[in-house]
Design a protein around this ligand. Structure first.
Ligand SMILES: *[C@@H]1O[C@H](CO)[C@@H](O)[C@H](O)[C@H]1NC(C)=O
Ligand SMILES: *[C@@H]1O[C@H](CO)[C@@H](O)[C@H](O)[C@H]1NC(C)=O
Ligand SMILES: *[C@@H]1O[C@H](CO)[C@@H](O)[C@H](O)[C@H]1NC(C)=O
Length: 379
């Protein structure tokens, strides 16, 4: 902040002179100028900010230095240390890449079966609305569609596709502020095309997205949006959190900021939609994967799992026919591992009734993508 403050102090002298012979108008102008300087400095500092060490936010914040070559990735995989108690609730998948086609075939088969289950119909089906089409990014050059699901390293995938679209020569060349600026990054949303162009792409392009354990994902979203409170997303803490607290906080004398318990109660409320509408697109961080990507309506070719991203990322590149052009940025060891201790810890203060309601809403995501029902929380 030093830079911003000293700029303002430096400006103070002329301010005194101006004020002495002119009106308040100049004072306000100067004040605005000072705020402008401070604001610009904050913007600049964002790009100086280095990596967060929290594994949950790596997708959004941490920059991986380079495109890695596949042999390097191979080496990392061998070095990976997986404690026994940290096994994912999702189907534990073999790390052997020879089994990859099999694993992915099973996933798609499971998805197809769950989509047909009439009892889960409301939890597995959704309209392919503008909301869904807004989530899907288009790489025309290589005929790829990517549905964005936050908190699973999707920034990295966007970078891969931006490079493939040819606007930037390599991942390191993409300025951080451009990754999510769809006017400049050359990565259009599917919603920006006409109906017939949308249909054409949905029919013939390679389509994929990434999921992770639904409850761990919610913890990650909660931490990232309401605990860390990034400077450039103040609306989560200042608008969304108070909105949730107003309606869902039980203990009226409790004055702390949004607690995970409040968040769970909001998400599990069958009437959550009226609040969702007020929150706009910010809800992408916590609505179901079904609502984001319409997996039963759109015929996806691959559904990657965050928990096995080390194997799934190269597989996706290979299936999309781009593995000779790019590789997925290095995945820091241990970062994708499901942490049951953490999940238990977060749900500790939440009532069984609220957890069951939450599960009732996210059951579709658990079943469609083969994540085990978290009985250790429900019973
Ligand atoms: C699904 O939703 C519809 C309308 O929202 C409702 O009428 C129906 O009872 C629901 N079905 C199930 C199985 O929950
Ligand atoms: C409500 O919150 C206050 C402040 O944190 C706390 O002292 C009190 O014990 C809470 N009451 C209940 C019933 O949990
Ligand atoms: C799992 O989560 C717990 C509680 O948040 C934390 O103390 C522990 O370090 C985590 N383990 C790993 C391997 O990340």
């Amino acid at each position: 902040m030093n830079l911003g403050v000293s700029s303002c102090v430096f400006q103070e002298e002329p301010a005194v002179i101006w004020l002495s012979f002119d009106n308040m108008h100049h004072q306000w102008l100067l004040l605005a100028a000072c705020f402008w300087v401070i604001f610009m400095f904050m913007v600049a500092s964002k790009f100086i900010t280095l990596t967060f060490k929290d594994p949950d936010v790596y997708g959004a914040k941490q920059e991986f230095p380079f495109l890695t070559t596949l042999p390097e990735l191979e080496k990392m995989r061998e070095e990976r240390y997986l404690p026994k108690e940290l096994k994912p609730t999702g189907k534990v998948l073999s790390g052997n890449r020879l089994n990859q086609p099999m694993v992915h075939m099973e996933r798609l088969e499971l998805l197809k079966n769950v989509c047909r289950d009439a009892a889960l119909r409301n939890l597995s089906h959704t309209a392919v609305s503008k909301f869904v089409l807004d989530r899907i990014f288009v790489c025309d050059k290589h005929k790829i569609l990517f549905c964005q699901t936050p908190k699973v390293g999707n920034t990295q995938w966007k970078k891969v596709l931006i490079v493939l679209n040819g606007v930037f020569p390599s991942i390191e060349d993409i300025p951080e502020n451009v990754v999510h600026d769809h006017e400049k990054n050359g990565l259009p949303r599917l919603s920006s095309f006409s109906d017939s162009e949308i249909q054409k792409r949905l029919k013939s392009y390679f389509k994929f997205f990434i999921v992770r354990d639904p409850f761990e994902r919610l913890i990650s979203a909660f931490k990232d949006k309401f605990v860390h409170n990034p400077r450039f997303e103040p609306w989560y803490r200042h608008e969304i959190a108070p909105g949730i607290i107003r309606k869902y906080r039980r203990n009226r004398t409790e004055t702390r900021g949004l607690q995970f318990e409040d968040f769970v109660r909001y998400l599990g409320d069958p009437n959550h939609r009226w609040l969702d509408l007020q929150f706009g697109d910010h809800i992408i961080h916590w609505v179901t994967y079904v609502e984001l990507c319409a997996p039963c309506e759109i015929n996806y070719n691959v559904i990657g799992h965050h928990e096995t991203l080390e194997e799934d990322a190269p597989y996706i590149l290979k299936e999309a026919g781009i593995d000779h052009l790019v590789s997925y940025p290095t995945i820091p060891p241990g970062i994708t591992v499901y942490n049951k201790t953490k999940v238990e810890h977060y749900f500790l203060g939440v009532s069984k009734r609220d957890i069951r309601r939450l599960y009732a809403r996210f059951e579709g995501d658990f079943k469609l993508f083969g994540y085990q029902k978290p009985d250790f929380l429900l019973n």
